[in-house]
Design a protein around this ligand. Structure first.
Ligand code: CA
Ligand code: CA
Length: 190
């Protein structure tokens, strides 16, 4: 019996030692297809532990994780700390005003989301007031996150983006938008 138990234990240890390891890679781009950098990306386990983290710099061609234990319940979390006025100018303010007045709709879900700087779910004069305050230096922070990430057209929430790593994955890509920048003039490497 003891020998049987020992054999089982040995098999379990051997299985864990040889457990499949996988890799994961992808890019973050603007909606126009420009590579975005200077962001952090974390791979988080089902129990909430950060398995791996990476800061992607201007010279990097996307993110890449290797030697990850295979599993189906990972999530990716992204964040891009950035100076708040990157890409935000009076030109954006005019575009938002024209959208609100019905003169020229922003016409694109990413742009519409970028204009909703207070994360209220709609564009209003309040968003314009915040943008104006930022441009004039009267405000130093924006409500919520500065940059937002999307996968397959859907916003990646604070819980992260679920990713199945039962096998190697490539091309797990995201689109990033800078809040307040409706004409995509933000420098993506900043
Ligand atoms: Ca709003
Ligand atoms: Ca802009």
């Amino acid at each position: 019996m003891l020998r049987y138990t020992f054999s089982l234990l040995l098999m379990s240890v051997l299985w864990q030692l040889t457990a499949q390891q996988v890799s994961l890679s992808g890019q973050v781009n603007t909606q126009g297809g420009d590579l975005v950098s200077n962001y952090t990306i974390e791979l988080v386990s089902a129990t909430g532990s950060v398995i791996a983290a990476q800061t992607v710099g201007c010279d990097d061609d996307g993110y890449a994780f290797t030697n990850i234990p295979a599993g189906a319940d990972y999530v990716l979390r992204l964040a891009k700390p950035n100076f708040i006025l990157n890409g935000v100018s009076t030109f954006d303010l005019v575009q938002v005003a024209r959208h609100l007045l019905g003169i020229q709709p922003l016409g694109n879900t990413y742009r519409i989301r970028a204009a909703d700087v207070n994360d209220s779910g709609s564009i209003s004069v309040l968003d314009m007031t915040i943008m104006r305050g930022l441009i004039l230096g009267m405000l130093e922070t924006m409500p919520g996150e500065n940059w937002l990430f999307f996968a397959n057209g859907n916003a990646v929430g604070t819980n992260g983006f679920p990713v199945d790593l039962s096998s190697d994955r490539t091309g797990v890509d995201f689109v990033a938008i800078k809040k307040g920048d409706v004409n995509e003039s933000a420098v993506p490497c900043n």
